[in-house]
Design a protein around this ligand. Structure first.
Ligand code: HSE
Length: 294
């Protein structure tokens, strides 16, 4: 077996009002270095870990089982830049990494569409899995058991992320949401979402940023769980952000700003004493999605 390296980008789900259907790939990565070995060995950031109940290995075995194969022994070294339980798609990246591990070790020749299908079946919604596979901004939905998706390339904005020093489980953040919405409310929410995507497609980022902050599907119900929600939004706007949104289920927030202005916004926000224990990062958009290197 030739050694190989799998790299999977992080992602930000929802992108404002695109609840469960829109996601943006971000340049923070989960890497798996895979080498030949006589027994199965897994290392995370240099430390040996058990593969029993290991999330990524379990996914790989699940996919192998679906295809009626057994995976060969190997040594897997995991290195992860993606903060866990912060709304940056760490679980979707791990799912995609597990699927790709099975794909490479088992010579399954999976297409990106099959990977998206498997990933969505495991995650439950495609908004994080899709950008981790394809890169860029992806709008997707499950339709007649298949997943339809469109990639918007060349989103000409900079992204600044505000990552607090607390975790928030997606299940907790989803439990705050209503079970249903009334027709007028849903029609308004959907109109805001549609127009946001149209504005992104038209590169009208001023309008896109404004509309992103008007989401009605999830942010109004989650904002109470998010430290400094309004403060971050207001400060970022004063310093050039088009809009600031929850990343996925939170607690991370993201600003979009003009291309070339991200580093300035990052510096300004890093000087705010209320955000002293945040990681405030200017993160490039990833346009490649999952990559495999020899
Ligand atoms: N669309 C998902 C949510 C993203 O908002 O709950 C987090 O998995």
């Amino acid at each position: 077996m030739k050694p190989f390296r799998i790299s999977v980008p992080a992602s930000s789900g929802n992108v404002g009002p695109g609840f469960d259907s829109t996601g943006l790939a971000l340049g923070l990565y989960l890497h798996l270095n895979v080498l030949e070995a006589n027994s199965l060995q897994f290392y995370s950031d240099g430390e040996s870990i058990s593969t029993e109940n290991h999330f990524i290995w379990n996914i790989a075995e699940h996919i192998a089982h679906k295809h009626g194969i057994t995976l060969p022994a190997c040594k897997v070294q995991e290195a992860n830049d993606i903060p866990l339980a912060r709304g940056l798609g760490s679980s979707a990246s791990a799912i995609v990494a597990g699927i790709e591990l099975a794909n490479q070790l088992g010579n399954l020749h999976l297409t990106p569409e099959q990977k998206l299908q498997y990933g969505t079946e495991i995650e439950g919604h495609p908004d994080n899995v899709a950008p981790s596979i394809y890169g860029g901004l992806i709008i997707s939905t499950v339709f007649e058991e298949k997943i339809e998706h469109i990639q918007l390339k060349d989103i000409d904005v900079d992204i600044v992320a505000y990552i607090p020093n607390v975790e928030l489980k997606t299940s907790v953040s989803r439990n705050c949401l209503p079970d249903s919405y009334k027709r007028d409310y849903a029609a308004k929410a959907s109109a805001i979402s549609n127009l946001t995507i149209a504005a992104l497609y038209s590169k009208d980022y001023k309008l896109a940023g404004k509309l992103m902050e008007e989401d009605l599907f999830h942010e109004p119900f989650r904002s109470e769980l998010i430290p400094n929600f309004s403060y971050i939004r207001e400060e970022a706007k004063k310093h050039g952000a088009f809009g600031t949104i929850l990343s996925g289920a939170g607690p991370t927030m993201l600003s979009i700003t003009s291309k070339g202005k991200g580093a300035t916004l990052q510096r300004y926000m890093s000087n705010l004493s209320l955000l002293a224990d945040y990681q405030i990062k200017y993160i490039p958009i990833d346009y490649q999605g999952i990559t495999i290197q020899d």
